[in-house]
Design a protein around this ligand. Structure first.
Ligand code: EZ4
Ligand code: CO
Length: 402
């Protein structure tokens, strides 16, 4: 059996997606997601110019060997562009293997560990009252776990605030939007938000919050401590994680659970965090951390240290990633939670899929492979639109972490 083509499809049904379609001489094909928000063309070019030619003529059944070939064979190994490309190939090959076996992906991985996959949605608002109302709306939709982000008094365009109904898309302009950041205003405000949410909604709903890399370790510890009475499910990306040792300072000072890893590319980005048990949830994804093949390795390593999975699932991860993720989550023994932001209707139409949301949980389908396809004719109607992520500056103009 041989790979005959590896084609890249770039489409913008409301936002940009890069999709890899691997075709074989037996008519079976597989789909992988290669979207890297704000740097889509870099991955598309990597796949088209450097990776696709290597795949032609190879046996698509040799997933592990192709992974090793692409990772070691590039010589340069890591990085988000390279690993997003490797992930797309790997996801497409698992899709092919599932179709050949006539089995849904979770069966190939070892079968079902749970009946359904807990997920969390994104509630946000410009003001505290708007955010409380948004959380209420998610509860009404059946969500058991909700991430709450709010506009902060005195800060323009705080992180995580939707500018349209339910569909939050931060990559909102061809050139990065400039936003402002003020740590002390943020630290004063956030505990009042969660105090209010507990008052309104009681102890039952799981509440999450994304700090989005904005704090120093000591500031993150202060926030974690202040949030302890409100019993968060997690505090995400409290500080940048290039220096994994920074998390020791947070961990030793607060019991608020910590989640990290949506930008990680391999197990090496998380090794120190996991083996020291400085985090509770690892957020690596099928799309960014080497596909199913490598994500499984990370999850198994994390399980040795009682770290659970909590994969990134924003809308810049296509339904292809969501489909593969829900299968992975259905199998992975040390599952924690899955992020789930609804895609727009346009996006859902371009990527027909059989996973579904019901009563706060995601359910994978039983179709062979990961259960997500691409409607290429429809995709062709939505040409690529340049869009980059915002940047953040302090009030005095200093560049900060967005
Ligand atoms: O900002 O995926 O937890 N979710 C997030 C996301 C990221 C975007 C960046 O492309 O942090 O909203
Ligand atoms: Co995040």
């Amino acid at each position: 059996m041989k790979i005959t083509a590896a084609r890249v499809i770039v489409t913008c049904p409301g936002r940009n997606f890069v999709t890899l379609k691997i075709e074989t001489d037996q008519g079976v094909y597989g789909i992988g997601d290669a979207t890297l928000n704000g740097r889509e063309k870099a991955v598309a070019t990597c796949l088209e110019e450097h990776v696709a030619p290597l795949l032609i003529g190879r046996d698509p059944q040799r997933i592990e060997d192709i992974w090793q070939f692409l990772y070691r064979g590039s010589y340069w190994r890591r990085g988000p562009v390279q690993l997003s490309a490797v992930s797309a190939v790997d996801t497409a090959l698992w899709d092919i293997k599932g179709k050949l076996a006539g089995m849904p992906l979770y069966q190939l991985l070892g079968g079902r560990s749970r009946e359904r996959v807990l997920c969390y949605g994104h509630a946000n608002g410009e003001t505290l009252d708007d955010t409380v109302a948004a959380v209420g709306k998610y509860i009404d939709l059946g969500y058991r776990a909700i991430r709450a982000q709010s506009g902060i008094p005195g800060i323009e365009k705080a992180y995580g605030i939707a500018r349209g109904e339910m569909h939050y898309e931060p990559a909102d302009a061809a050139l990065p939007t400039e936003t402002v950041w003020d740590t002390s205003k943020y630290l004063r405000f956030v505990p009042t938000l969660f105090e209010r949410l507990r008052e309104e909604f009681g102890d039952e709903p799981e509440l999450l919050h994304d700090v989005h890399h904005r704090l120093t370790p000591n500031e993150a510890a202060q926030l974690g401590k202040a949030l302890e009475p409100h019993r968060l499910f997690w505090m995400e990306d409290p500080t940048p994680a290039e220096n994994q040792d920074a998390f020791r300072l947070i961990r030793e000072r607060t019991t608020t659970p910590i989640a990290v890893g949506e930008i990680f590319n391999t197990i090496w980005d998380a090794k120190t965090l996991i083996e020291n048990q400085w985090i509770d949830y690892i957020r690596t994804t099928v799309l960014r951390a080497g596909g199913i093949t490598h994500l499984r390795r990370i999850a198994d390593f994390a399980s040795l240290y009682q770290v659970r999975t909590g994969s990134h699932g924003a809308t810049d991860l296509s339904p292809v990633t969501m489909g593969a993720a829900v299968h992975f989550d259905t199998w992975v023994p040390n599952f924690g939670i899955q992020e789930y932001m609804r895609h727009s209707e346009e996006t859902d139409a371009v990527f027909p899929h059989d996973y579904r949301f019901e009563d706060g949980f995601l359910h994978c389908g039983e179709a062979p492979g990961h259960g997500v396809d691409i409607d290429e004719q429809l995709a062709a109607k939505y040409p690529y639109k340049p869009a980059q992520l915002p940047v953040a500056r302090l009030e005095d103009g200093t560049m900060w972490n967005w």
